[in-house]
Design a binder for this molecule. Structure first.
Ligand code: B4P
Length: 188
């Protein structure tokens, strides 16, 4: 299966991507995780990404798209993958279509985890207390949610129009959300 995972910050994308990918026996590609690993390793990519991430903004498409193109060219993703956090705006979605068409493969599903503003705010503030992630302060979370609403939310209609959208309720225990996701994907 080749799928993308959509949803606002805090909906549980990272949490559920790992679980779903294990069930489907495919690798996860998380653009956020790749950026954070590069920031930690103080690489050139990490230095480019950091200022955007800590402000709650999207890293420029040119940087992100090139990174995803490299990752999708690797051997472990030839049989399938779950993209977590990409695409995040309509231009990235169009770029993904081009990347996949160049590889002569198609996307099977766009899975959206639905969670409301109050719930995601609560989760991310809790994570801030535990992990201390630089972009989990309240003003930056608000900015990320704004960016989601203006840039990422339009992707729901983009994938729905192509018959690829699967929507799953992200509220409830982590195991329950995983069970809903597995059932929804099995039904596809
Ligand atoms: P991401 O790493 O994608 O961060 P995120 O949207 O906040 O989601 P994350 O996966 O971490 O959190 P989750 O919902 O799983 O992006 C970070 C930044 O990287 C972006 O702001 C941007 O700057 C940059 N970036 C990434 N991709 C990009 C792209 N394509 N283009 C440009 N820039 C890009 O979990 C949140 C919390 O909720 C966790 O603490 C978790 O434990 C908890 N949780 C999960 N499920 C729960 C449940 N059912 N109940 C209670 N808590 C739950």
């Amino acid at each position: 299966m080749r799928a993308v995972l959509l949803g606002p910050p805090g909906a549980g994308k990272g949490t559920q991507a790992a679980r779903l990918a294990e069930r489907l026996n495919i690798p996860t590609i998380s653009t956020g995780d790749i950026f954070r690993a590069n920031v930690k390793g103080d690489t050139e990519l990490g230095r480019k990404a950091q200022e955007y991430m800590s402000a709650g903004a999207l890293v420029p498409d040119q940087v992100t798209n090139a990174m995803v193109r490299d990752r999708l060219a690797q051997d472990d993703v030839t049989q399938g993958f779950l993209l977590d956090g990409y695409p995040r705006n309509p231009d990235q979605a169009v770029e993904l279509d081009t990347l996949l068409s160049d590889l002569d493969v198609k996307l099977d599903a766009a899975i959206e985890i639905i969670a409301d503003f109050d719930e995601v705010m609560k989760r991310l503030i809790k994570r801030a207390e535990i992990d201390g992630r630089a972009d989990d302060t309240e003003p930056v979370i608000r900015k990320r949610l704004e960016v989601y609403a203006t840039s990422t939310a339009p992707l729901t209609a983009y994938y729905s129009g192509r018959g690829l959208l699967i929507q799953v309720d992200g509220i409830g225990a982590v195991d329950d959300v995983t069970a809903r996701l597995v059932a929804a994907v099995d039904g596809k």
